[in-house]
Design a protein around this ligand. Structure first.
Ligand code: PMP
Ligand code: GLN
Length: 378
């Protein structure tokens, strides 16, 4: 048979989490918290089920949830999204991303993707016959060379995907970056997909430069978000996307046949829980403490690093430890030292030379301490 994704293997997150389980290693690979979500949120799900929210939700999402998402977004970013026509609740950000790509990408369309990139973007583009046009982030700080981006825009460029705060590097786009991007896209028909799943996980009092703040960007953009990241519930697979009405209409044409709707009782619970802004506004402080704890505990190790500006991932450079490839070293760390991480080359292009691993610090302080002890022995 003529298969559609001949070069795609099982995602690294499954590979590394399986290896962590097999070797009983501390799992700092796949990004998920090892602590519970707020019991208030769990109780809201139970009460939603008892109240009878057990059948299909409305196709675009529960009205009360869309309303509070619009309210929150507009308040935080001074934007003007309408809950009826410009917000859709999805089964995680992954589904939103896949649905956006499937709704717009045709054979031969070019999509600009910054590398390293989250691993779902490219296979999704390829499935619909699109061509990935990679732009490598510039080392050492993973910044964007906007001139290079300008040079890669052609008449075939249909979409560009950005991600801030950025997985796997933990970097963020600045206001200046966004203004340059706005300028670059002016007068084009390029659709922007802005993956902002870590919008609330950003450190050192830096503001999140959401695309929603920039009218010249938001008029052409989908923004994707994930409740999994924000409320420590990655297993719920709940998220949403926002976009101007004309774009959202196209999105919903696909969404209705892709999943139709997402989990109803959880939508009710999330709508209630979002009524308390502190439930997400407390996140930068919460995760910054974890980042700082982790980094303070490994400061005498042989790894070097620049502290993450956002996300719950920290890249560690192991140049002074070994010459091994990141894949080989990540495997050895899991098997011999009992600590699992993600080799960054899998998100990258031609980058077997990268000597960096990604560690997830969305873990209890106890786990971070145990992990740091191991990392200091290497
Ligand atoms: N985009 C990025 C950059 C991510 O890190 C993730 C989470 N792994 C997703 C999208 C997907 O989010 P969700 O789990 O809500 O599908
Ligand atoms: N976003 C998570 C990460 O980057 C994992 C997502 C997944 O397992 N598909 O680790």
């Amino acid at each position: 048979i003529n298969t559609k994704l001949p070069n795609v293997a099982t995602t690294i997150f499954t590979v590394m989490s399986n290896m962590a389980n097999e070797y009983k290693a501390i799992n700092l690979s796949q990004g998920f918290p090892n602590f519970e979500t707020d019991s208030k949120l769990m109780n809201l799900v139970t009460s939603a089920m008892q109240k009878g929210y057990n059948q299909y939700a409305p196709m675009p999402g529960l009205a009360s949830l869309r309303e509070i998402i619009a309210e929150k977004t507009n308040a935080l970013y001074n934007s003007n999204y309408h809950p009826d026509t410009e917000v859709t609740v999805t089964s995680g950000a992954t589904q939103a991303i896949f649905t956006i790509i499937s709704a717009f990408i045709n054979k031969g369309d070019e999509v600009i993707v910054f590398k390293p990139a989250y691993d779902s973007y490219e296979p999704s583009i390829e499935l619909f016959g699109g061509n990935v046009i990679p732009v490598q982030l510039s080392t050492p700080n993973f910044t964007v060379d906007w001139e290079e981006v300008a040079n890669k825009i052609t008449s075939k460029t249909k979409m560009m995907i950005i991600n801030t705060p950025h997985n796997p590097t933990g970097t963020i786009l600045s206001k200046e970056d966004m203004l340059k991007l706005e300028n670059l896209l002016k007068g084009t028909d390029i659709i922007l997909l802005s993956d902002e799943v870590y919008e609330h996980i950003i450190f050192d009092s830096q503001p999140h430069q959401s695309v929603a703040r920039f009218p010249g960007l938001s008029e052409r953009a989908f923004i994707t978000a994930s409740f999994g990241k924000t409320f420590h519930t990655t297993g719920w697979k709940m998220g949403y996307c926002i976009a101007p009405k004309e774009l959202m209409e196209e999105f919903r044409k696909v969404h209705q046949f892709n999943v139709f709707c997402s989990n109803h009782p959880m939508q009710y619970a999330l709508a209630e829980y979002l009524k308390t802004p502190d439930n997400y506004l407390s996140l930068p402080n919460f995760y910054q403490k974890k980042r700082d704890l982790f980094l303070s505990l490994i400061k005498d190790s042989k790894f070097s690093y620049t502290p993450a500006s956002g996300t719950y991932f920290q890249l560690l450079d192991y140049t002074s430890i070994t010459n091994e490839s990141d894949v080989a070293f990540a495997e050895r760390l899991t098997k011999e030292y009992k600590i699992a991480s993600i080799p960054v080359s899998v998100f990258n292009l031609n980058s077997q030379d990268d000597k960096v691993l990604r560690f997830c610090f969305a873990k209890t302080d106890e786990t971070l301490k145990k992990a740091a002890e191991i990392l200091c022995e290497i």
